[in-house]
Design a protein around this ligand. Structure first.
Ligand SMILES: Nc1ncnc2c1ncn2[C@@H]1O[C@H](COP(=O)(O)OP(=O)(O)O)[C@@H](O)[C@H]1O
Ligand SMILES: [Mg+2]
Length: 252
C-alpha cells in the first residue's frame, strides 16, 4: 500500500495556479526528490500535503486516509513531519530544547506530565532527551545541544530543525531544500544521516533540492515540476535523459 498518494492536487492563489493537477504516489521507506525551477510549485506542493495550503481540487491520502483539509497540527500528529525553507526554530531555546519541543507536540504526556511529576512521564521524557541528544550527535552537532538556537549558524540551525522533525520517528519526512547554504562536508554528513535513517528506521523522505548531484545519489525516484505540473517522474538514471527536463532547466 502506498504511504502517500496525491491525486490531481491543485492549489490556486487568486488567478495563479501554483500546483496544477499533480498526481504521485510514494512507498513506505522511499526517498523521492522533487526538483524544478524557482516558482515551479515545489514548496506549495509541500504546503498542500501538510495542511498549510488549501486544495482547489484533488485529494491527498496518507496511509489510505484523506488528510487534505486537515489543520497542519493534525497532519503532523498523523506522522507527516516537515522542515521549512527558512527555518522555524525558537531562538531563545537551546538546540536540545527545540528538538524536545518537537517531541512534545507528539507526546501530550511529556510536557504536562513532567510539570506534574508523573513517573511514567518522567521516564518518557528521559527517553526523549536521550534520543534527541543521540540524533544531534549523529548530525555532528552534539556539542551545540545546550546553546541557544539564535547563536548557531544558518547551517547548524537547519540541522537542528531536521533533528526536530526526525526525533518522533515520523513515517514521512518532508525536507524543503535542506542542503542549501551548507558547507560541502556538512552536506555529506546530512546525506549520510538521511540514508541511515531510511535504512535503519524505514522513514520515507520527500526532498526538495536544487543540488542535482545531491539528489542523484540519495533518491530512489525523482519528480520534476515545472509550472505546477509533473513533467517527469523516474529513476535518477532516467530523468536527466528526459528532453522536457533539459528544456525546463537549460532552456533548449
Ligand atoms: N502564499 C502565496 N500567495 C500567493 N502566491 C504564492 C504563495 N505561495 C507561492 N505562491 C506562488 O506560487 C508559485 C509557486 O511558488 P513555490 O511553491 O514557492 O515555488 P518553488 O518552491 O518551486 O520555488 C510562485 O509563482 C509563487 O509566487
Ligand atoms: Mg520553494
Amino acid at each position: 500500500m502506498a504511504l502517500l498518494e496525491l491525486d490531481d492536487v491543485t492549489v490556486r492563489y487568486g488567478g495563479l495556479t501554483a500546483v496544477a493537477g499533480v498526481s504521485l504516489s510514494l512507498d513506505p521507506g522511499e526517498v523521492r526528490a522533487i526538483i524544478g525551477p524557482n516558482g515551479a510549485g515545489k514548496t506549495t506542493l509541500f504546503n498542500a500535503i501538510t495542511g498549510h495550503a488549501m486544495l482547489a481540487a484533488g485529494s491527498i491520502r496518507f496511509r489510505a486516509e484523506r488528510i487534505d483539509g486537515l489543520a497542519p497540527y493534525l497532519v503532523s500528529a498523523k506522522g507527516v513531519r516537515r522542515t521549512f525553507q527558512n527555518g522555524g526554530l525558537f531562538g531563545e531555546l537551546t538546540a536540545l530544547e527545540n528538538v524536545l519541543a518537537g517531541l512534545h507536540t507528539q507526546v501530550p504526556t511529556g510536557f504536562f506530565g513532567v510539570l506534574f511529576g508523573m513517573p511514567a512521564a518522567r521516564a518518557t521524557e528521559r527517553a526523549a532527551t536521550s534520543r534527541a541528544r543521540g540524533l544531534l550527535e549523529l548530525m555532528g552537532i552534539g556539542h551545540l545541544a545546550d546553546q541557544p538556537a539564535r547563536e548557531l549558524s544558518g547551517g547548524q540551525q537547519r540541522m537542528v530543525e531536521i533533528v526536530r522533525a526526525l526525533a518522533t520517528r515520523p513515517p514521512l519526512l518532508l525536507l524543503d531544500e535542506p542542503a542549501v547554504g551548507l558547507a560541502p562536508a556538512v552536506r555529506e554528513q546530512l546525506l549520510g544521516v538521511i540514508r541511515r535513517l531510511v535504512r535503519e528506521e524505514g522513514i520515507a523522505v520527500v526532498l526538495i533540492e536544487h543540488a542535482i548531484e545531491f539528489v542523484m545519489t540519495v533518491s530512489d525516484r525523482i519528480v520534476v515540476l515545472n509550472d505546477g505540473k509533473v513533467i517527469a517522474d523516474g529513476t535518477p538514471a532516467e530523468v536527466p535523459r528526459n528532453r522536457e527536463v533539459l528544456e525546463a532547466y537549460l532552456g533548449h
